[in-house]
Ligand binder design. Structure first.
Ligand SMILES: [Zn+2]
Length: 377
């Protein structure tokens, strides 16, 4: 049966497709668009003119040697008029980046969080986004991406839980932020955002990402795509020590209770920075806490690698700032436990959580752009 699609919807969809192709190609001629999409020359020309008029793309005249005929002109994304905001909400603080529609970072912001409950966290998030929006000045923001710690239902825009904020439960975060700023908002689990940023640079197709700071998060890239669903790969809450220390999640003996910065501080009975000083001054008990952390992380990563058949491990998070204190012990533990292990490590900056959230938001937000002419809307 034939499906009848509204002519305007079709034009909108075609414009979105052509804009996506220009973003992906970085620089492309109208002729190449015609060949790649199968659209008519007339349709490509009309849509290109509309995108230029709305400042989503610009035209680049190219120089041509004399006598070689008319110089072709290229189309590329206009990088100065439209932006997406990426925000990383984490226990230690909030970070944000402003990204143009060619995925380039053009500004950033940081906020040291002080929240203690749901209401204060929500108001700090809104305040922080407002502040970052003013940095963008009059620039046109088309969407917001949020990298969220804890359990996230990305499909429904819900932040399910955060271990360190007890009354935070099933918060419709996308809806709340969207209502406040009248923009489309997309949330994702923070390790997924970091891995998404890695995947867009096409560094690896398969990788396990492990974020270690006040908590422990994991994400999996399989065949170039983020793999899994909410609640999967919560490696921080797998058991390291049966019936061991109480974890922030309420269970006993979780990896996070022994190998995260907050867990280690609890074990040491002091702040994490004090623990670091004690290790540096040769305190044996403090050194043991670090050695144990290295061993538990090694076991958890070997198990994860065996289960997923992925040997590339991408490490990130504040813990790795102190890797001089434990990285050798960590590598030795890996060798002692499995001398034939083939794990390969690389490090990535957590700034990428905000960037990844922005890149995810761009992919979604361009579907919401109104590409119609003013008199058609
Ligand atoms: Zn736990």
């Amino acid at each position: 049966m034939k499906k009848y699609i509204n002519q305007m919807d079709m034009k909108q969809a075609n414009a979105a497709d052509i804009f996506a192709l220009i973003r992906k190609s970085r620089r492309i001629t109208r002729k190449e668009i015609e060949a790649k999409t199968g659209f008519s020359w007339g349709a490509v020309s009309t849509i290109a003119s509309l995108l230029i008029e709305k400042n989503y793309i610009r035209e680049l005249k190219c120089e041509q040697p004399k006598g070689a005929g008319r110089a072709p002109s290229y189309l590329e994304v206009n990088t100065t008029d439209h932006f997406v905001l990426g925000v990383d909400i984490n226990i230690s603080g909030f970070k944000s980046v402003l990204v143009n529609l060619q995925n380039e970072i053009v500004g950033n912001n940081f906020y040291k969080a002080t929240y203690s409950d749901k209401d204060s966290l929500l108001s700090e998030i809104i305040k922080f986004i407002k502040e970052t929006m003013t940095l963008a000045d009059s620039k046109n923001i088309i969407g917001i991406g949020v990298a969220m710690q804890g359990l996230v239902d990305a499909k429904n825009g819900i932040s399910v839980s955060i271990p360190h904020c007890k009354d935070w439960s099933n918060v419709p975060l996308s809806y709340i932020i969207s209502k406040e700023f009248d923009l489309p908002v997309f949330i994702e689990h923070d390790p997924d955002c970091i891995l998404y940023a890695v995947s867009t640079e096409q560094i690896y197709k398969n990788a396990i990402l492990l974020r270690v700071d006040k908590g422990i998060g994991m994400s999996v890239l399989s065949g170039g795509k983020i793999f899994g669903k909410p609640g999967m790969f919560e490696i921080g809450h797998t058991i390291a020590v049966p019936n061991g220390m109480l974890c922030s999640c309420g269970k006993q003996g979780c990896l996070e209770a022994y190998a995260s910065m907050s867990g280690m501080a609890t074990l040491a009975g002091c702040r994490f920075d004090e623990l670091v000083q004690k290790v540096k001054s040769g305190d044996k008990k403090s050194q043991e806490i670090f050695y144990d952390m290295a061993k538990y992380l090694a076991v958890a990563l070997l198990n994860a690698s065996h289960m997923l058949c992925i040997s590339r491990i991408v490490l990130c998070g504040d813990m790795w700032q102190y890797k001089d204190l434990f990285y050798d012990a960590f590598l030795n533990s890996l060798k002692e436990i499995d001398s034939k292990n083939s794990l390969e490590f690389s490090f990535i900056d957590v700034e990428n959580a905000a960037t990844g959230a922005a890149l995810i938001a761009i992919e979604h937000a361009i579907k919401y752009i109104d590409f119609r002419k003013e008199d058609e809307s």
